[in-house]
Write a protein that binds this ligand. Structure first.
Ligand SMILES: C[S@@+](CC[C@H](N)C(=O)[O-])C[C@H]1O[C@@H](n2cnc3c(N)ncnc32)[C@H](O)[C@@H]1O
Length: 320
């Protein structure tokens, strides 16, 4: 596993369900949280400006995140249970997006606990504030860019953190993990879901068009400074910041067209392939061919989609 170099920030995202139209801061635990993380020089001609979301901030994307959460919810709840998330805990949702996991965390910890939802995007912050106003469980919504700022409340007091598909978008995974370390109490637990191997994403029988899509998607993310296979670098950073890994589990997915999980990889292609064209990262003719391949696969009923290989990581902060 290699430690990622610090790179320019951006944000794209993993596969989605189909709701879409068819055709170093490694100076020790907590230290980085109190200083600005250094930024690497921008790469030449990244497809997006810094801080821009590669899939956009439109309603369709927020819906996509919601459907994606529904598909993954069982595995998420299982991971939280294994990590010991319980009523009365103070938990952080790191990179909360519009708050789909935040809502489940709030139900789990109940009114005796609290959730700190940390997010950079203004649109998501608005969603979070609207959604959780008057919540029975105290939910603090904090607009924070974790590459430059610490988690601003209850430093060293949180019992647990949840962070999914955020490390893959940040230019400095080590800094992200240091922020989480500084926010947790000794013995606190951190749970991550990140990709271990994005290249498993593909159609059975093999499709060259889907393979090319995956290549372009990875290139688009990495051109803007992300690390698609973030699970390895997260594990490395956790060890560096005083965590002991308690549990690692791969979460493979394979689904046929009539099964709900089919919508995760196929839906992501339907929204992200046209987006690659609009960003100048692919061409119309290739995307039309790709979408026709997905349509055919859905009709023939004998194909299956393998999703990018996700990984669950549970780590506990050592006593200081
Ligand atoms: C793929 S979404 C995941 C949202 C949520 N964790 C989920 O699983 O539904 C990634 C989220 O990370 C946030 N994010 C990316 N970089 C960030 C940063 N530097 N600081 C804070 N949030 C960031 C994005 O704004 C986005 O909401």
């Amino acid at each position: 596993m290699t430690h990622p170099t610090k790179k320019k920030a951006l944000y794209i995202e993993g596969p989605s369900p189909r709701a879409f139209p068819k055709s170093e801061g490694s100076s020790g635990r907590g230290t980085v949280a109190r200083m600005s993380a250094p930024r690497a020089p921008a790469r030449d001609n990244p497809p997006l400006a810094q801080g821009q979301y590669l899939l956009g901030e439109a309603e369709i994307e927020r819906e996509r995140l919601g459907r994606q959460h529904e598909l993954w919810r069982a595995q998420v709840l299982e991971g939280w249970a294994r990590a010991g998330f319980a009523a009365g805990m103070r938990v952080i949702d790191v990179g909360a997006g519009p708050g789909h996991a935040t809502a489940d965390l709030a139900s789990l910890v109940g009114p005796a606990g609290s959730v700190t939802a940390v997010e950079r995007s203004s649109e998501s912050i608005d969603d979070l504030r609207r959604r959780f106003a008057g919540s029975a469980t105290p939910i603090r919504v904090e607009q924070v860019d974790l590459m430059t700022d610490a988690i601003p409340v209850d430093a060293g007091l949180h019992d647990a953190s949840w962070c999914r598909w955020v490390a893959m978008f940040v230019p400095d995974i080590d800094c992200l993990v240091a922020r989480i370390a500084a926010a947790l109490k000794p013995g606190g637990v951190a749970v991550f879901h990140e990709y271990a191997n994005y290249r498993t994403y593909g159609l059975l029988p093999h499709s060259a068009e889907v393979e090319e899509f995956v290549t372009r998607a990875v290139r688009g993310l990495e051109a803007c400074g992300g690390t698609v296979n973030a699970a390895g670098p997260v594990v490395t950073a956790l060890a560096r910041h005083g965590f002991t890994i308690e549990h690692l589990r791969l979460l493979p997915t394979i689904a046929r067209p009539h099964e709900p999980f089919w919508q995760w990889p196929s839906g992501f292609i339907r929204i992200f392939a046209p987006r690659l064209v609009s960003l100048g990262l692919w061409d119309d003719a290739s995307v039309s061919k790709l979408l026709a391949t997905i349509d055919r696969a859905e009709q023939d009923g004998t194909s299956a989609f393998i999703g990018p290989l996700n990984c669950s990581i549970i780590a506990r902060l050592d006593p200081r």
